[in-house]
Write a protein of this length. Structure first.
Length: 396
């Protein structure tokens, strides 16, 4: 049985290794790589695992799976390793050396904490009543998502985890806080692309063509009505049209307009319903305006939903690590996260790790070129991963 004293010792050890965690995080931060291009990052992760004498397997070109311990029971821990196409503006000594690439979502911290957890768990391997499986996952920021790719490569097999845990830097939470919620955490996301095609004409004689501009405007209005009039007001859902491209001159009716956007939902049922309605509305607008409209769906990630039992368990771990007052309720966001693919297959808990310095009332948010999480959070996240794995394997 894992006692509270043992879990507090894990936090103490993680804090004693703060300098090592910081150095790992800064190295990764300085060398960001985009989704599914994380070859240098994967090599660095694998070199650390070799240093810790932890066996690993390559799972997809830049994905890595490591195992610690022996037995039939298994717990999974996951970190994402990719960066974003953002030009960094932090001015830090460890700022990105790759123009137009930045760890602006905290994945550098996620990876550093999982590596830190790996080292601590390896040192306790003899007393582990099971296997801890570590997932260093590529491509979280880009559909189809590295989680899906790893699962297709057999990541959840031999052994299959009973449960999985993951975390994310939270700029709204102060260092020392853990936020989590039962059920939906983040939304399903889909990308939408329309091509509106008509017949070009002189702008002074629109009756001689089929005008794609009014058709596009009608399409945008109709799509927004689906959200405002066909969705339960108490059910979260968003459709945002984010790009419109068409036309080259003031006196020419264009023969083509392209639109794109995103759809977010917390319900797979509503997601399926809106897919159907978008096709029907698109066809209706095309008929009404005498144009042709092609709609392409790029299916993204499913709803990320926490398992209640695993979340209750994690809440108890967090209470031991940071104290009851620092364990907060997380308000679900319309963001998307491909850990959802793992959570569909394995009961899971995904929590938010506070990274805002206590001295600041607010900080730059995720995906901002000046996002800079407090490194004081690294030992806490490391301890949470270790404690969750150790305690679960020691229970029942």
């Amino acid at each position: 049985m894992i006692t509270n004293n043992v879990l507090q010792d894990v936090l103490t050890i993680a804090r004693q290794r703060s300098a090592e965690l910081v150095a790992t995080r800064r190295h990764i931060h300085k060398h960001p790589e985009l989704s599914f291009q994380e070859f240098e990052t994967a090599a660095f992760v694998r070199s650390k695992l070799e240093e810790f004498d932890i066996p690993y397997a390559v799972c997809s070109p830049t994905g890595t799976i490591a195992t610690i311990g022996f037995g039939t029971r298994c717990v999974g821990l996951r970190a994402d390793i990719d960066a974003l196409p953002i030009s960094e503006a932090t001015g830090l000594d460890c700022a990105s050396v790759h123009d137009g690439k930045m760890h602006a979502c905290g994945h550098d911290a996620h990876t550093a904490m999982l590596l830190g957890a790996a080292k601590i768990l390896k040192e306790r391997e003899a007393s582990l009543p099971g296997i801890v499986k570590l997932f260093f996952q590529p491509g979280e920021e880009k559909s189809p998502g590295g989680a899906k790719v790893m699962i297709e490569h057999g990541a959840l097999e031999a052994p299959t985890p009973e449960v999985m845990f993951a975390q994310h830097c939270d700029p709204e939470g102060v260092v020392g806080e853990i936020a989590l919620v039962d059920g939906p955490v983040m939304a399903a996301n889909d990308e939408l692309f329309w091509t509106v095609s008509g017949v070009s004409s002189h702008a002074a004689q629109p009756h001689k063509g089929s005008d794609t501009i009014p058709a596009s405007a009608a399409l945008i209005q109709a799509v927004q009505t689906l959200v405002s009039r066909e969705k339960d007001p108490f059910a979260p859902g968003v459709i945002s049209i984010t790009t419109i491209n068409g036309g080259t001159a003031t006196n020419v009716v264009p023969d083509m307009v392209k639109l794109s956007g995103t759809m977010r939902s917390m319900s797979e049922e509503w997601r399926a319903y809106i897919h159907k309605r978008l096709q029907e509305v698109t066809a209706g607008i095309a008929s009404t305006y005498g144009v042709s409209i092609e709609l392409e769906f790029v299916h993204g990630y499913p709803v990320l939903s926490n398992d209640r039992q695993v979340t209750d368990f994690t809440r108890e771990i967090a209470t031991t690590i940071v104290g009851e007052r620092a364990v907060k309720a997380f308000e679900p966001k319309m963001w998307a996260e491909d850990f959802a693919f793992f959570a569909q297959q394995v009961p899971s808990c995904y929590w938010m790790l506070g990274v805002r310095p206590p001295s600041q009332s607010q900080m730059f948010g995720l995906h901002h070129p000046e996002f800079s999480p407090s490194e004081d959070a690294l030992p806490i996240g490391t301890a949470m991963l270790v404690a969750s794995a150790m305690t679960w394997l020691s229970s029942t």
